[in-house]
Ligand binder design. Structure first.
Ligand SMILES: Cc1cc2nc3c(=O)[nH]c(=O)nc-3n(C[C@H](O)[C@H](O)[C@H](O)COP(=O)(O)OP(=O)(O)OC[C@H]3O[C@@H](n4cnc5c(N)ncnc54)[C@H](O)[C@@H]3O)c2cc1C
Length: 287
C-alpha cells in the first residue's frame, strides 16, 4: 500500500468537487480529487441557468464548457397551476442565455481541466476508511483491487446527494420529503438538437413532468413525484412509466401517440424502424 500527502482531498469529481479543487489549486494547494466513477454512465442535471456564466468566468472554464457542445437555451416554458403554458425568456437576462448540456461529458471535461491545471484526479476510487489524528486526515482509498493511503489537512465531501463521507461521520440526514425522479433519456429523429426548444415543466396532480433537449439529438423526460404515491416496484418499470406519460402529459410538442413506439434499446420493434428509442431509465431518490 503506497501513501501520499496532500493539502486537501476532494471526494467526488462532480461540478462542486471540481470547482472546489480548481479554486484551491489556484491558491497553490496540492489537491487530490477522488472520483468514484470513470464518467462512463449517463448523468442527470442537464438544464443550466444563465447564472452559470459567473462561475464559468471566475474559474476560467468557458472554453472547457463550450468544447462539450452545449445547446443554447432561451428560456423555460411551464404550465404550473393551470393548463396554460407560460414562457420565461432569458432574452432580457443580463447574464445571457441558459444551456442544455450532456452532463456526463461536461463532468468528465471539468475533471480533465482540473487535472491539466495541477490537481491530481483518481477515477474509479472510493474512500474505504478514514480517521483523523493530530489534526490530519488519513484516508484509505480503493478501486476494489488495490488500496492507497493518503494524508490531508482537509477533506471536502462533494459526493453529491450520497454524502458518503459526511454521513459516516454524522447522525444521518434530516429528511423532509421522499421525492423521486423517474428519468428517461430518449433518442431518435424527433429530437434533432438544432430544433431544441426551451425546457418544459408541467405540474400534474402527483408532481411535475420535465423535459429538456440534450446534445446528440436526445431528450430527457422526467416525472418528479412522491415515492409513496407509486408502488415501489412500478417506479423502475418501463410500462408503468409510459402509461403515466401517455395519460398525463398535455404540453409536449411531440404528439402523445408516438410514445407508443418507445422501446428499450436492444429490443426490436415490430417495424424494425422504431420512431424513437428509450436509451436509459434511471431511478433516483432526492432526499
Ligand atoms: C432528478 C434530478 C434532476 C436535476 N436536474 C437539474 C437540472 O436540470 N439543472 C441543474 O442545474 N441541476 C439539476 N439537478 C441538480 C444537480 O444534479 C445537482 O445540483 C448537481 O449535480 C450537484 O453537483 P455536485 O457536484 O454537488 O454533485 P454530483 O453532480 O452528484 O456529483 C457527485 C460526484 O461524486 C461522485 N461520487 C459519488 N459517491 C462517491 C464516492 N463514495 N466516492 C467518490 N466519488 C463519489 C459521483 O460519481 C459524482 O461524480 C437535478 C437533480 C436531480 C436529482
Amino acid at each position: 500500500m503506497s501513501s501520499r500527502r496532500y493539502d486537501g482531498v476532494v471526494l467526488g469529481g462532480g461540478p462542486a468537487g471540481v470547482a472546489t479543487a480548481l479554486a484551491l489549486v489556484e491558491q497553490g494547494a496540492r489537491i487530490l480529487i477522488v472520483e468514484g466513477s470513470h464518467y462512463e454512465a449517463a448523468r442527470i442535471g442537464e438544464t443550466l441557468s444563465p447564472a452559470l456564466a459567473g462561475p464559468l468566468r471566475r474559474l476560467r472554464l468557458r472554453e472547457t464548457f463550450e468544447a462539450t457542445g452545449p445547446l443554447a437555451s432561451f428560456g423555460i416554458r411551464s404550465a404550473w397551476g393551470s393548463g396554460h403554458l407560460r414562457d420565461r425568456s432569458y432574452v432580457f437576462d443580463p447574464r445571457g442565455m441558459g444551456w442544455h448540456v450532456d452532463r456526463r461529458r461536461l463532468d468528465a471535461a471539468l475533471a480533465a481541466t482540473a487535472e491539466a491545471r495541477g490537481a491530481v484526479v483518481w477515477r474509479g476510487q472510493r474512500c474505504a476508511f478514514s480517521h483523523r489524528s493530530a489534526g490530519r486526515w488519513s484516508l484509505t482509498l480503493t478501486d476494489g483491487v488495490t488500496t492507497h493511503e493518503v494524508f490531508a489537512d482537509v477533506v471536502v465531501d462533494a459526493t453529491g446527494r450520497r454524502a458518503s463521507f459526511a454521513r459516516r461521520r454524522s447522525n444521518g440526514r434530516v429528511i423532509h420529503d421522499r421525492l423521486v425522479a423517474i428519468v428517461a433519456c430518449l433518442a431518435g429523429p424527433h429530437f434533432r438538437s438544432q430544433d431544441a426548444g426551451p425546457a418544459l415543466v408541467e405540474a400534474v396532480e402527483e408532481g411535475w413532468w420535465y423535459s429538456s433537449a440534450v446534445p446528440g439529438d436526445r431528450l430527457v423526460l422526467a416525472l418528479m413525484t412522491d415515492a409513496d404515491l407509486h408502488p415501489r416496484a412500478a417506479i423502475s418499470d418501463l410500462s408503468y412509466w409510459t402509461h403515466q406519460l401517455g395519460h398525463r402529459v398535455s404540453c409536449w410538442p411531440t404528439p402523445p401517440a408516438c410514445w407508443a413506439a418507445m422501446a428499450p434499446v436492444g429490443s426490436r420493434s415490430a417495424t424494425r424502424r422504431p420512431r424513437m428509442t428509450l436509451c436509459r431509465v434511471m431511478v433516483c431518490s432526492v432526499p
